[in-house]
Design a protein around this ligand. Structure first.
Ligand code: CA
Length: 394
C-alpha cells in the first residue's frame, strides 16, 4: 500500500514540483468550498492554510504496517511501568482538585480519568508536535483511503480556530490529528470537550482542567456508570471453555460465580451487573472480568489492550496491586527505563540505535536481531528480558 501510494505520487511531487503545488492548491480550493457551509469563513480558512505545504511523510506513517506484532505483555510493560505510576502520582497530587471536581460532576472515577491521561499523553508530556491543519490537509488531499473522514477532521479543526477555543499554534498532535492532553480527534473535541476551568474556552491543550473534564465527559457519554468498577482480575476454574470468553459475552456476575470463577485471590465474585471475561493471552495467562465500564474505556481507542492499560494503571494509582497472574512467556517485558538501558548497552556494543529514548524503532530492532542471532535465539527484534540480561553480562 505504502509503496503504491508513493509511486503514484512520485511523478507528481518530485518530477514536477510546480505541478504538485498547483495540485495541492486546487485541492485546497475544493476544501474551502466545503468549509463555508460549516460556518468557517473564507478568511479563517485562508489564514489557517496560508503557506501550508503538504507533509508527505505522513503517508508513510499512515501506511506503516508494523511487521512485528507487539505481545500484550510488552504493550503493558511500556504503558504501565514504575515511571508512569510515579508521574501519575505526581500529576494526581498537582491536579487533585480538578480531578475531584470532574469526578463529582461527571460521576467518573478520578483514578480512571488519570489513567486515560497517563496512557494518552504521559500526563501531558507527549502530546505530539505535528501541526494539525497541515497533517489533516495533507490527508484530505492525498490519503489513499478515508479522505472524507480526514476532511471532516480538518473542518472540525478549523471550527476550533473559528470559535476561538484554542490558538492555532497550539493545535499540534499526532499525524492522524489526535491532540491535547487526552488526544481527542477534532470531531470528538467538537462533540465532547467541555470548558471546565470556566474561562469560556474549551482548551484541552493549555488547560489541564478542561482536558480532564472533557475526558470525564467522554467516558460518561460512553456509558460510564458511577460506582461500578471497570472489572478486576479473576481466576478461572479448570476446564473453563475458551468459547465463553469475550468482552461482549456478558452474563450476570452470579452466573460466573456459579461456574467457579473467583477473584484472583480466591475470594468470591461480588456485584450484580452483567460482565464478560477476557483473557488477552489465552487461558494460560491472566483473565479479567470486565463490566460495561470497561466498554467505555474500550470506546476511547477501540482496543482491549488499550482499555486494559488504562484499567491497570488506574488500579495501581489507587494503591492496588497490578496484574497478579504471570503472562505465558519466559522472556519478560521491559519497562521504559529498561528499554533505555538496553539501548545504552547496544550503543556500548557498537550498534547505532540513536538516542536511548526507550522507544524501540527499526534501528534498535535490527540491533536486537543481531544479538539474538549471535546467542542463537530466534531473530524477532523484540526488546525482552533475555536479550537485556545477555547484554548486562557483556
Ligand atoms: Ca477553559
Amino acid at each position: 500500500m505504502i509503496r503504491r501510494s508513493l509511486l503514484l505520487l512520485l511523478p507528481l511531487l518530485v518530477a514536477t514540483p510546480a505541478a504538485a503545488q498547483a495540485d495541492f492548491r486546487s485541492c485546497l480550493a475544493g476544501l474551502k468550498a466545503k468549509a463555508a457551509p460549516r460556518g468557517i469563513s473564507g478568511s479563517t480558512f485562508d489564514a489557517a492554510l496560508a503557506g501550508v505545504e503538504p507533509d508527505l511523510t505522513i503517508l508513510d506513517l499512515m501506511n506503516n504496517q508494523p511487521e512485528f506484532k507487539t505481545p500484550i505483555w510488552d504493550y503493558l510493560g511500556f504503558l504501565v511501568d514504575e515511571e508512569r505510576v510515579g508521574d501519575g502520582r505526581d500529576a494526581m497530587r498537582r491536579w487533585g482538585q480538578a480531578l475531584a471536581a470532574a469526578e463529582a460532576r461527571f460521576g467518573v472515577d478520578r483514578y480512571v480519568i488519570a489513567g486515560v491521561w497517563g496512557v494518552e499523553s504521559n500526563f501531558g508530556k507527549d502530546i505530539g508536535g505535528r501541526p494539525l491543519v497541515q497533517s489533516l490537509a495533507t490527508l484530505s488531499c492525498y490519503a489513499p483511503r478515508r479522505q472524507d473522514y480526514f476532511t471532516g477532521e480538518l473542518m472540525a479543526t478549523l471550527k476550533i480556530i473559528a470559535d476561538g477555543d484554542i490558538a492555532p499554534a497550539g493545535l499540534r498532535g499526532s499525524w492522524a490529528g489526535a491532540f491535547g492532553h487526552t488526544q481527542f480527534m477534532p470531531s470528538t473535541f467538537q462533540r465532547l470537550a467541555v470548558d471546565f476551568d470556566g474561562d469560556g474556552r474549551r482548551d484541552i491543550v493549555s488547560s489541564v482542567p478542561d482536558a480532564l473534564g472533557s475526558t470525564a465527559n467522554f467516558l460518561k457519554r460512553a456509558g460510564w456508570q458511577s460506582g461500578m468498577p471497570w472489572g478486576y482480575e479473576v481466576r478461572l476454574p479448570g476446564g473453563f471453555k475458551a468459547g465463553l470468553l469475550g468482552r461482549k459475552n456478558k452474563r450476570a456476575v452470579s452466573s460466573w460465580a456459579a461456574m467457579g470463577v473467583t477473584r484472583v485471590d480466591g475470594r468470591p465474585l461480588s456485584g450484580d451487573y452483567p460482565a464478560g471475561i477476557i483473557a488477552p493471552a489465552g487461558l494460560n495467562g491472566p483473565a479479567f472480568l470486565v463490566t460495561r465500564n470497561f466498554d467505555a474505556l474500550y470506546s476511547y481507542n477501540a482496543a482491549e489492550s488499550y482499555g486494559l492499560a488504562i484499567a491497570i494503571l488506574s488500579d495501581i494509582l489507587r494503591g492496588r496491586p497490578g496484574i497478579q497472574t504471570a503472562w505465558p512467556t519466559d522472556d519478560p517485558p521491559l519497562s521504559r527505563a529498561e528499554r533505555r538501558e538496553l539501548q545504552r548497552l547496544l550503543t556500548a556494543q557498537g550498534y547505532d540505535v540513536g538516542e536511548p529514548d526507550g522507544r524501540v524503532g527499526s534501528k534498535t530492532r535490527e540491533a536486537i536481531k543481531d544479538i539474538e542471532r549471535r546467542i542463537g535465539m530466534p531473530q524477532t527484534g523484540r526488546p525482552g528480558g533475555k536479550v537485556l540480561s545477555v547484554l548486562r553480562r557483556g
